[in-house]
Ligand binder design. Sequence first.
Ligand code: SF4
Length: 233
Amino acid sequence: MGAHLADVHIAAMGFEKIIPRAEHLGVYLRLLARSATGQPITTFSSHFHRPRPDQEMHIVIVDNGRSRQLGRPDFRNSLKCIRCAACMNTCPVYRRSGGHSYHSAVAGPIGSILAPNLDMKQNADLPFASTLCGSCSNVCPVKIDIHDQLYKWRQVLMQEGYGPTAKTMSMKAMATVLESPRLYRMAGKVGRGVLRFAPVTVENRFNPWYNQREMPEPPTESFRDWYVNNKKA
Ligand code: SF4
């Protein structure tokens, strides 16, 4: 009614919503309804071809970072999204937390790909809130490689320096240890010793990781030592 009675009809749309011809609309409407609610076709959709006599119609085509996303070869595929929300409904993370717990206008796995394009600093945490299980990519009706793009965003964000400092430093330390067999063996020995003789360093209420878990018994020797000993025998 609002569109029909008003003298001026102003509609806004993102530029990725343009389809080749009107005859292709049926394909998109069916895809949308089927993937969003499991219906064969939408129960309601409005079509405007031109303004009625004495009415003005204006269409505002919005960019808002879309051309920037189009220029990112790894992420341009995300612009195919038809906002059906199938990826959010199947996601083991978003299915439990809901979309609004993640501070971005477009919620769900696809929102975590679109949001860092708009503001990397503010949305740097979103691509990391994923198990990368791939369920989103499986259900996406327009075949967006969602979990691959989430993984790629993680790499871009860390390279651009938007990772948390503690995580960046601990990953660097871990890389140093994993690069050197000697350091790796020594770190294993120290870790087993700490867990056995001073478990309180890990098992304390200030360690949020421990609060959610039960610690396993620390092994007395590393797998390498066990292998060397048993190989001789
Ligand atoms: S990314 Fe795919 S599954 Fe997710 S809302 Fe967009 S079209 Fe639907």
